[in-house]
Write a protein that binds this ligand. Structure first.
Ligand SMILES: Cc1ncc(COP(=O)(O)O)c(C=O)c1O
Length: 309
């Protein structure tokens, strides 16, 4: 859905709440030219106890961590960004929404050297439904192994959520959609499975869960961390530091994506080959159902993962 069709009117920009239409930047902004920004994507759920941001603290920590390789200095304290976000959601009267903090080198000069460019910070929030569609949550998506590879972490820090990295995600995702698939799966430079363009991957085999390790060129997804914890609490063994070869995708019993946007989305086919029963697998369904019960606060566990608005 386009922003024009949404009932949203405010953005927090460099310390102030501004009208949505006035949240503008200069065309010679460093981050626009060189992809030198870092960002987060966070969901706020409409829960039985009011709107609650899922794992805000962890997202905020990753936000500041993402700045480190770029020597980017956010001048606001985490508490200020938290306060701004809570007030933004309140001002916009949003119950469930997606929250997008972004920090980037701003306008000063356009050498690749960002010296002198300010670190500008903005937080926006807007309503957002299921990323890959409601139907996908139930029946799964068909994915294509992309011909594009992920950056190696020796080329660009893949554990930082950097705007420039998402050119690779866009290429992979668009290639998949052009070929009739809902989403891509991207291999790393070694040819092992890394992740989706905006999702981590889990594989189920013989009742145990596997997910590529942090050195496989993946983002250390917060939904990934949450699902590992939930699955272990449910009694599953989770192997979270493995390499997964391309062929193992086809022989998996189940596959699913995790992400703040994608939540827990089953994968039913890879390159037109059915995975398991060709729909949402039983363990995926169990974990997905636990995840949704938790984020909507229908179960009380892990209240520490929530920041109530
Ligand atoms: C490349 C990539 N991998 C994985 C994820 C999932 O991370 P998270 O669960 O923290 O949203 C995302 C989404 O932010 C992503 O962009």
């Amino acid at each position: 859905m386009s922003f024009d069709e949404m009932d949203v009117d405010t953005i927090w920009m460099d310390g102030e709440f501004v009208d949505w239409d006035d949240a503008q930047i200069h065309v010679l902004t460093h981050g626009l030219h060189y992809g030198t920004g870092v960002f987060e994507g966070v969901r706020c759920y409409d829960t039985e106890k009011g709107p609650a941001i899922f794992r805000w603290e962890e997202h905020l920590e990753r936000f500041y961590d993402s700045c480190k390789p770029y020597d980017m200095d956010i001048e606001y304290e985490p508490e200020e960004l938290t306060e701004a976000t809570l007030e933004l959601i309140d001002r916009e009267d949003l119950a469930s929404c997606y929250v997008r903090p972004i920090a980037y080198f701003g306008y000063d000069s356009l050498g690749v050297n960002p010296e002198g460019c300010p670190t500008d910070v903005t937080i926006a929030a807007w309503p957002w439904g299921a990323y890959l569609g409601e139907e996908a949550l139930e029946n799964g998506v068909e994915v294509m192994v992309s011909s594009w590879r992920k950056h190696a972490s020796s080329q660009i820090p893949t554990n930082a959520k950097t705007t420039g990295l998402y050119v690779n995600s866009m290429l992979a995702g668009e290639e998949a959609r052009r070929n009739g698939y809902a989403e891509a799966l991207v291999l790393n430079k070694e040819g092992n499975v890394a992740e989706g363009p905006g999702e981590n991957l889990f594989l189920v085999r013989d009742g145990e869960l596997y997910t590529p390790g942090l050195s496989e060129s993946i983002l250390d997804g917060i939904t990934r961390q949450s699902v590992i914890t939930l699955a272990e609490e449910m009694g599953y063994t989770v192997h979270d530091n493995v390499s997964i070869s391309r062929g193992e995708l086809n022989t998996a019993d189940e596959l699913f994506f995790t992400g703040s946007a994608a939540e827990v989305t089953p994968i039913r086919k890879v390159d037109n080959v059915e995975i398991g029963n060709g729909g949402r697998g039983p363990i995926t369904e169990e974990i997905q159902s636990r995840f949704f019960d938790l984020v909507h606060r229908r179960i009380d566990d892990h209240d520490e993962w929530f920041t109530y608005v």
